[in-house]
Design a protein around this ligand. Structure first.
Ligand SMILES: NC(=O)c1ccc[n+]([C@@H]2O[C@H](COP(=O)([O-])OP(=O)(O)OC[C@H]3O[C@@H](n4cnc5c(N)ncnc54)[C@H](OP(=O)(O)O)[C@@H]3O)[C@@H](O)[C@H]2O)c1
Length: 288
């Protein structure tokens, strides 16, 4: 796997990373989940996304066990570990403590990226100050935000130090294209990468609808690929997007990692646009 996205600070990250929401919750699944993460890393999905929120820290603990295992064969610098601070922990008094606790659970001494999980009550200027202070101290190498719509991004970039934001992580999949109306262009104009969550629509009913769609199926067959790979290849098509599908299955992770080899044609894109039209008006930011 080699498709990369270059961030504003010059660091390159893989366009497919590993999501970890709902991972680490059940002890009997631990071995399988660690194996899935290791399979992803070995296949080039070296970016891992987690959060203090996921399982109240259990996801970070599980990721910590997986990366410790990986360090038997690889180096810290090969990984790009992302975690997130909850809105109510993002104030002056709590953010550093939250970050240090995340690092302890992960068994790491720095995060590659720290995200402000969603907008809460702490003034944005204070959140920005806190994130920059963590970066200056070296506890995090970079930071970004999550669930920010266009107006939120505009507000952020007006704050001194806000320009250090590298990424906005928002929901994006073929069945939810609202951010294409203006957010994606705004982010491109300001060199802020898109990290798309739920790229497989969370694996439920909507996801099945996408994977069983005849247009998606025809494109998959034409490329000798799977419908899931079509959804991921579509997601990361522009070199500006990092998608972070979650899977607890090594087989699924291998399938996902191979999506980077699928090059969709302009005819494929046109057919997908007809089946799943891009937005024609501003829509509220989707979060689930
Ligand atoms: N910033 C935020 O507010 C926010 C919100 C939600 C999520 N996230 C992040 O984004 C990540 C991804 O989102 P998500 O986990 O909600 O949903 P997702 O990645 O769209 O979908 C995950 C589901 O897809 C299934 N799946 C994965 N690969 C598959 C394959 N090849 N074939 C069939 N099924 C497959 C998984 O099942 P198996 O495990 O059985 O493979 C799981 O049920 C999260 O894990 C989290 O890290 C961030």
């Amino acid at each position: 796997m080699s498709k990369k996205v270059q961030l504003k600070n010059g660091v390159s990250v893989p366009s497919l990373g590993i999501g970890t929401w709902m991972i680490g919750d059940e002890p009997e699944k631990e071995t399988k989940e660690i194996e899935a993460i290791l399979t992803g890393i070995r296949a080039g999905m070296t970016l891992i996304d987690t959060a203090e929120m996921y399982g109240d820290g259990r996801s970070e603990t599980l990721v910590g066990k997986a990366v410790k295992e990986y360090f038997k064969e690889g180096r810290r610098e090969e990984l790009f570990v992302v975690s997130k601070v909850l809105p109510w922990n993002a104030g002056r008094d709590n953010m550093r403590t939250s970050c240090v606790k995340s690092l302890e659970r992960l068994g790491l001494d720095y995060l590659d990226m720290y995200l402000y999980h969603w907008i809460g009550n702490v003034p944005l200027t204070e959140v920005v100050e806190g994130l920059n202070a963590l970066q200056d101290e070296g506890l995090v190498r970079s930071w970004g935000v999550s669930n920010f719509d266009t107006k939120d991004m505009e507000k952020l970039l007006k704050i001194p130090g806000g320009e250090r934001c590298l990424v906005n992580q928002v929901l994006y999949h073929l069945g939810s294209r609202g951010i294409e109306y203006d957010l994606i262009d705004y982010m491109k104009d300001h060199d802020i990468a898109l990290m798309s969550y739920c790229p497989l629509a969370q694996g439920g009913r909507i996801s099945r609808g996408l994977r069983e769609n005849p247009v998606v199926g025809d494109i998959a067959r034409a490329h000798d690929a799977t419908p899931t790979q079509v959804l991921l290849a579509w997601n990361i098509r522009n070199g500006h997007t990092i998608a972070i599908p979650k899977s607890s299955s090594a087989v699924h992770i291998k399938e996902n990692a191979a999506s980077v080899n699928l090059q969709l044609t302009s005819e494929d894109m046109k057919a997908l646009d007809e089946a799943f039209p891009p937005p024609s008006c501003k829509m509220p930011l989707d979060t689930e």
